[in-house]
Design a protein around this ligand. Structure first.
Ligand SMILES: NC(=O)C1=CN([C@@H]2O[C@H](COP(=O)(O)OP(=O)(O)OC[C@H]3O[C@@H](n4cnc5c(N)ncnc54)[C@H](O)[C@@H]3O)[C@@H](O)[C@H]2O)C=CC1
Ligand SMILES: O=C(O)C1=N[C@H](C(=O)O)C[C@H](O)C1
Length: 267
């Protein structure tokens, strides 16, 4: 039995992950973490997550929870995830991170910290999005420079980071396939007389509203034709099931920073 602890357990994703851990085979829930001062601290996490009492109370004691698990699943925020990665590295435990909004410097730090332990860091744990990422590479390579690339993502009004981690990863994959540097060609903002579109740029647009779980479309726009590769999330459950799949996969792997393409064998 692989012992899984969940950080951010009372959050939108945390609650779904608790449900997915309970439903999965070969794993057991060993702990649940929340930020110090969270109103649900001390409560049974199963009651918070809507799956009935589980006998695991929400704790704010990071070291104790990590000591009791084989792998920590963390869906919080970049700074919290980096602190958890460091704590897991000290105790030689594995970690799966789903948080998004990492700066390039924070991602570098994650690579450094994961030299000690196996870690999965992925902005999207759904099979569908990861298949899209693989397809995007092929499509971009085949179409080449004749098609303009624009990415649009839609999420709920509580999302803190923009653009989404998934949209950024889609942009990175397309840019790399086209031999461009994503950080140089991403265009997040058009307003006023901003001039004609450059051939190299990859436009990134963000929509926020209501309870949209997560939608991404990459447009390849040519002269007289357009290809759209879209993914629409209808529930959060394929993210949570993906995180449990990653947790089962990562335990016992060589130290290093992996992503969901590694977990799903898509590389
Ligand atoms: N990789 C993927 O497949 C997916 C990634 N995400 C990402 O996961 C993250 C969380 O998303 P949501 O669950 O919607 O947010 P949320 O705000 O509902 O949940 C985050 C939880 O983390 C807790 N938290 C904050 N600081 C903490 C600390 N120091 N220790 C322990 N817990 C702490 C909060 O109290 C909250 O309950 C975001 O970065 C989001 O973009 C979301 C969906 C899918
Ligand atoms: O915050 C969310 O909700 C989501 N975040 C992820 C991202 O930023 O890519 C994945 C998913 O679309 C939901």
């Amino acid at each position: 039995m692989i012992k899984i602890a969940v950080c951010g357990a009372a959050g939108r994703m945390g609650q779904r992950i608790i449900n997915s851990v309970i439903e999965a085979e070969g794993v057991q829930l060993s702990g649940a973490l929340e930020r110090p001062g969270h109103p649900m601290t001390g409560q049974d996490v199963g009651l918070v997550a809507g799956c009935g009492a589980l006998g695991v109370n929400i704790s704010d004691d990071l070291n104790a929870v990590i000591a009791g698990c084989d792998v920590l699943i963390d869906f919080t925020a970049p700074k919290v995830s980096l602190k958890n990665l460091e704590a897991c590295a000290l105790k030689k435990k594995s970690i799966v991170i789903g948080s998004t909004g990492f700066t390039p410097e924070e991602r570098e730090l994650a690579v450094e910290l994961a030299r000690e332990i196996p870690a999965v860091l992925a902005p999207n744990m759904s099979v569908g999005v990861n298949v899209c990422l693989k397809a995007l590479k092929d499509v971009a390579k085949t179409l080449g420079d004749d098609f303009d690339v624009e990415i649009v993502e839609l999420h709920h009004n509580k999302k803190k980071d923009s653009p989404s981690g998934t949209a950024v990863r889609m942009g990175e994959v397309v840019a790399e396939a086209l031999g461009r540097d994503y950080n140089k060609v991403a265009n997040y903002h058009r307003e006023g007389i901003c001039g004609e579109r450059t051939k190299e740029e990859i436009g990134m647009q963000t929509v926020r509203g209501g309870d949209i779980i997560g939608e991404h479309t990459v447009y390849f726009i040519g002269m007289g034709e357009r290809i759209e590769i879209s993914h629409r999330a209808m529930t959060r459950d394929m993210f949570s099931r993906g995180s449990v799949r990653a947790a089962k996969w990562v335990v016992g792997k060589e130290p290093g920073l992996y992503d969901m393409q590694d977990v799903l064998g898509l590389k």
